[in-house]
Design a protein around this ligand. Structure first.
Ligand SMILES: NC(=O)c1ccc[n+]([C@@H]2O[C@H](COP(=O)([O-])OP(=O)(O)OC[C@H]3O[C@@H](n4cnc5c(N)ncnc54)[C@H](OP(=O)(O)O)[C@@H]3O)[C@@H](O)[C@H]2O)c1
Length: 258
């Protein structure tokens, strides 16, 4: 495992995404993933699987202090009291007294001011229920606005070789926050890309592994591929024994400009 250092704290560069993982499949995938060496798990209130993620974590036998857990508040729950209540419910479902990172899942879609939501998240932080506060799907200008109300640890956005995020990336480096790349495999379609396959062949890796390596090799970036099969879980973790050259990194960055 490699780590990104954000505001002096180490975050595992690779995590497990759990969107569309439900029921026993979810609990088993989380347990299996942690058993293989995953230490970073991404869930959300909207995924409806926090209880299963919690069961998988408990069954893994790995101590809570060794895991980095993210959950997210859905847009209908951005009012102060709902932030507090739904996050407490998340903790109960996850079977933990704190999450490492709590995100606003999307920018506000109603009239709740950003300061109200982030203020409630700060209260949870002061209580020790939340270690860090972040956002998801925020533009750079919205991140700037959010930073007036709380210290922003993360912006989770769609990022993979077919999607340029250089504006967010520049800001992540300038403000020292984590850019968590969601849909890092472009939902599996990276496997069909000829350039990624060719680069993979040179390293004895698959196109998906090259896409993940390209992400985690970038400063301040973590990736959270979702996988349900044991083969995919294992393959996605197996990206720390090779390095892409500067030329290969640049070729892959160019895929979003085709
Ligand atoms: N913040 C947000 O708004 C937001 C939005 C979307 C996603 N997310 C987060 O990001 C995570 C990842 O995104 P995602 O699940 O949409 O897409 P993804 O991780 O890009 O792709 C998942 C798909 O790729 C397949 N796959 C996994 N590993 C593979 C491999 N090594 N080779 C080939 N195919 C592979 C999976 O198949 P199997 O399941 O069959 O293994 C699954 O069909 C989500 O689970 C969620 O935690 C956040």
């Amino acid at each position: 495992m490699e780590y990104q250092t954000i505001k002096g704290e180490k975050v595992p560069s690779l995590g497990l995404g759990t969107y569309r993982l439900t029921g026993e499949t979810c609990a088993q995938a989380v347990e299996q993933a942690i058993g293989m060496g995953y230490r970073h798990i991404d869930t959300a209130q909207m995924y409806g699987n926090e209880a299963e993620v919690g069961r998988g974590m408990a069954a893994s036998g790995v101590g809570r202090e060794d895991l980095f857990i993210t959950t997210k508040i859905w847009t209908s729950d951005f009012a102060h009291d709902r932030v507090i209540r739904t996050t407490r419910e998340s903790l109960e479902k996850l079977g933990t007294d704190r999450v490492n990172l709590l995100l606003m899942h999307w920018p506000p879609r109603n009239s709740t001011p950003l300061g109200e939501t982030l203020g409630a998240m700060r209260e949870l932080q002061d209580d020790g229920a939340v270690r860090h506060i972040g956002v998801s799907n925020f533009s750079t200008s919205l991140v700037e606005e959010a930073a007036e109300h709380a210290e922003i640890f993360c912006n989770q956005v769609e990022y993979h070789p077919f999607r340029d995020q250089s504006g967010i990336l520049d800001q992540a480096r300038a403000m020292d926050y984590l850019l968590t790349a969601y849909q890092p495999l472009s939902r599996g379609s990276v496997e069909d890309d000829a350039t990624l396959r060719e680069i993979g062949e040179a390293h004895g890796k698959t196109a998906a592994q090259v896409a993940l390596r390209w992400l985690v090799q970038q400063e301040k970036v973590s990736a959270i591929p979702k996988a349900s099969s044991e083969d995919h879980l294992r393959a996605n973790l197996d990206v720390f024994d090779f390095e892409l050259s500067a030329d290969e990194m640049e070729r892959i960055s160019g895929l979003s400009r085709r």
